[in-house]
Design a protein around this ligand. Structure first.
Ligand code: ZN
Length: 194
């Protein structure tokens, strides 16, 4: 079932979500939620969706970055972002650890802040300890765009939106991003607008 994606201003997007007990994960309610979140993310389309974004205050997110999406970017933009295909998977009760000091700054957007985009600095590499949809413990090591997706989705579980972390001067409509900046590097954007 396709769910409504809640927009900034809803309290559920600003509150810490609740952890799931491992025994809850196999329930029809949670498995149905995961199925609906997958359908909603693909329909949007998006590369990640956290349960608070569909009005459910639980520490669950789905992630998928298919090769077809990456192929829509100019190859040099995809390479800069370290964007590589990520198969569909579910993270539950994730704990996030930055690996190393390196960071990267790119434009990102959010399905719950529809129509806007801004530059956000994120750790380049992360480790995530979580459960999967079968309640099995999983360790994820990620870098590049996948690391950014994980940080963005885990922020949602803590009531944080990218606008809390963005470089405010870079905020723009996605329409204007597409019109003026989609083929310009972030470094060049900084040179012209910083
Ligand atoms: Zn988001």
């Amino acid at each position: 079932m396709r769910l409504k994606i809640w927009q900034a201003g809803e309290m559920v997007l600003r509150q810490a979500a609740r952890s799931l007990a491992p025994g809850e994960i196999g329930s029809d309610a949670i498995q149905g939620l995961i199925d609906s979140m997958r359908e909603t993310m693909r329909d949007a389309p998006g590369v990640g969706l956290a349960a608070p974004q569909v009005g459910v205050p639980l520490r669950v997110a789905v992630i998928e970055d298919p090769a077809e999406y990456i192929a829509m970017l100019p190859p040099e933009r995809a390479a800069e972002r370290g964007r590589a295909p990520v198969p569909f998977h579910v993270i539950i009760n994730p704990e996030l650890f930055a690996e190393g000091e390196e960071s990267a700054e790119f434009f990102e957007g959010c399905l719950s802040v529809a129509g806007w985009t801004a530059m956000v600095g994120r750790a380049l590499r992360v480790r995530v300890e979580c459960l999967n949809e079968r309640a099995e413990p999983v360790t994820i090591r990620a870098e590049g765009w996948y690391a950014r997706i994980l940080q963005h989705e885990i922020d949602h579980l803590n009531g944080t939106l990218y606008v809390d972390r963005m470089w405010p001067r870079s905020l723009m409509t996605t329409e204007n991003y597409t019109r003026y900046w989609k083929n310009v590097s972030e470094q060049e954007f900084r040179n012209r607008c910083g």
